[in-house]
Design a protein around this ligand. Structure first.
Ligand code: PSU
Ligand code: MN
Length: 304
């Protein structure tokens, strides 16, 4: 398949794709807007190592100086992690950054688009975007949800970020026809916490089962992505009742500072990091690593 001229596929990723070997896409908004330097770079490097140790090839996706990169060298990753003016790119502005020669981290939505273009069908992130608290007034609903409905990539997450309205996020996903699978759990995971009051709409317990489900969907011509909710490991969890207070405090600060649009999620994550004195960041790193491991296993099951 001939890729658009704007895309650069990193050598090891290109080799794996042409040999039909398992590849896992990784997003980069978590690097540019989700975590501070230098933990962002360390996290990104460790996540790639985990994917490789499982036997799949990691492809961190980002836009660097107008080039859509499918896989980064360690130098490129470090440059992105230190960049001060990186954009936060979603479906609306991915091509803008490319046309204007800009640099940016790709959100879940933009990473899904890029992964699908390159022929990658599994992707690991931390938590997806969704329906924000107070969305009935702000109309703030992440375009991650629409992308899950249209682009056939399996997204491995620790659930919707708990700063969101999780019941409304699940309702929108159901309306849009997106399967939401609790991995080894009956309760929908809530990012920093292993469970939320919402039941997981579907449950699977093994990577092979996820692969079989996605293969059945594609044989039936049911297009679109799938969301896996993989609970954060127990030892890294912050219980939901405890998180609720931190989230409410951060949300009140965001409201007072009139934060809106793309800035909301980065503001809340950074504020919660301050309020928990770094504990939320440790949990975030642990859950991303856990998701990378599962994504690699799913990619391997899909290619078998
Ligand atoms: N997971 C994390 N940290 C993050 C994100 C996910 O652990 O920062 C990013 C993803 O790129 C996701 C984005 O697409 O947050 C959601 O942003 P918004 O709510 O503005 O759509
Ligand atoms: Mn938003």
């Amino acid at each position: 398949m001939r890729l658009p001229d704007e895309i650069d596929v990193h050598g090891p990723v290109a080799a794996a794709l042409s040999a039909g070997k398992p590849v896992v896409a990784l997003e980069s908004t978590i690097i540019t807007h989700g975590m501070p330097w230098p933990q962002n770079n360390d996290m990104a490097a460790e996540v790639e190592e985990i994917v490789a140790a499982e036997g799949a090839v990691p492809a961190t996706i980002a836009v660097l100086d107008g080039r859509l990169k499918i896989g980064l060298s360690p130098e490129e990753r470090e440059r992105l992690a230190q960049s001060q003016d990186a954009m936060k790119l979603s479906r609306a502005d991915l091509a803008f950054a490319i046309a204007r020669g800009r640099t940016g981290g790709t959100t879940v939505a933009a990473t899904m688009i890029a992964a699908h273009l390159a022929g990658i069908s599994v992707f690991a992130t931390g938590g997806i975007g969704g329906v924000h608290q107070g969305a009935e007034k702000s109309f703030d609903i992440s375009s991650d949800l629409d992308e899950l409905a249209r682009t056939p990539v399996i997204v491995v997450s620790a659930g919707p970020k708990a700063i969101l309205d999780i019941p409304k996020t699940l309702e929108v996903l159901e309306t849009r026809g997106v399967p939401v699978v609790g991995f080894g759990t009956d309760a929908m995971p809530a990012f920093w916490s292993r469970s939320s009051p919402c039941p997981a709409p579907l449950r699977l317990d093994a990577a092979e089962e996820v692969a079989q489900f996605q293969k059945a969907r594609s044989r039936l011509g049911i297009s679109g992505g799938m969301l896996i909710g993989n609970p954060v490991p127990e030892e890294a969890e912050i219980p939901a009742q405890e998180m609720a207070g931190y989230i409410a405090e951060a949300q009140a600060d965001a409201d007072r500072a009139r934060i809106s649009g793309k800035a909301v999620t980065p503001f809340l994550l950074a504020r919660i990091l301050e309020i928990t004195r770094g504990r939320s960041l440790k949990t975030n790193i642990a859950l991303v690593k856990n998701n990378a491991r599962l994504a690699a296993r799913i990619a391997i099951a899909l290619s078998a």
